[in-house]
Design a protein around this ligand. Structure first.
Ligand code: SF4
Length: 231
């Protein structure tokens, strides 16, 4: 279990809850626009300050009465060995647990839900099906992504889908296609791209879409969801 960062308080990562966010290193995707390259690329991970589990649990013990939840994000948390024991320890302390995932391991996601180890899931939707591998930077088994979407839409755990919208990759039609794909989901968030420390350095020169562009798409796709917002 490699912890590459800890955000001691977040008011926005877990809807309606005060949370701390734990950043686990390593990811099986290489989205070129990813702005967490220090948690993904092995050559950058090795320069990241490490936080031990002991330090994490000391912090959580101190904050027990001040925060409700712990967000596990990455990188991609589900590839971390020792995730289940880590979650069990966190839950034993009485915290809610939110998992941020790219949805590449539906079997593991199902296990976490069935064993009631997670209380909220945020799954990234990277792009329309036919462009998924291109936008993720690796060959993606789209059947697995579909399975994860289906599992979450069953509603056994609270959840959201979210997409980072990147100029040069996502056209308006792409976002509408993604929205149609996950139509009927509880929540869908559009996130504007941030040109910071991206996996592909060329993306650092790309200017994010203007807010109006995202608002236009949000207006078009809102009827598909209970909640559809821009973050
Ligand atoms: S944006 Fe892509 S590469 Fe970055 S952490 Fe998420 S899934 Fe991994």
């Amino acid at each position: 279990m490699k912890i590459g960062g800890l955000q001691k308080l977040t008011l926005i990562d877990y809807p309606g809850r005060l949370a701390a966010t734990v950043f686990l290193t390593g990811c099986n995707f290489r989205c070129p626009f990813c702005y967490s390259s220090e948690l993904v690329l092995p050559e950058k991970i090795k320069n990241q300050p490490k936080i031990s589990e002991k330090e994490l649990f000391k912090f959580l013990k101190e904050r027990k009465d001040l925060i409700d939840a712990v967000v596990l994000c990455g990188g991609e948390p589900v590839i971390s060995k020792g995730l289940v024991p880590l979650i069990k320890k966190i839950k034993k302390m009485g915290f809610l647990v939110k998992l941020d995932t790219n949805g590449s391991n539906p079997a593991f996601l199902k296990k976490l839900i069935d064993e009631k180890l997670i209380d909220y899931v945020a799954m990234d939707v990277k792009g329309p099906k036919e462009k998924y591998s291109q936008f993720s930077g690796v060959k993606v088994d789209i059947k697995k992504i579909q399975k994860s979407i289906d599992i979450l839409k069953e509603g056994k755990v609270d959840y959201e889908f979210r997409s980072t919208i990147v100029p040069t990759l996502h056209k308006k039609e792409d976002v509408i296609e993604m929205a149609k794909w996950i139509k009927g989901a509880k929540r869908y968030y559009l996130q504007n791209f941030r040109p910071e420390k991206t996996i592909d350095p060329a993306f650092e020169k790309i200017k994010p879409y203007p807010e109006e562009f995202l608002l236009e798409i949000q207006k078009a796709i809102s009827p598909f969801f209970e909640v559809c917002q821009i973050r």
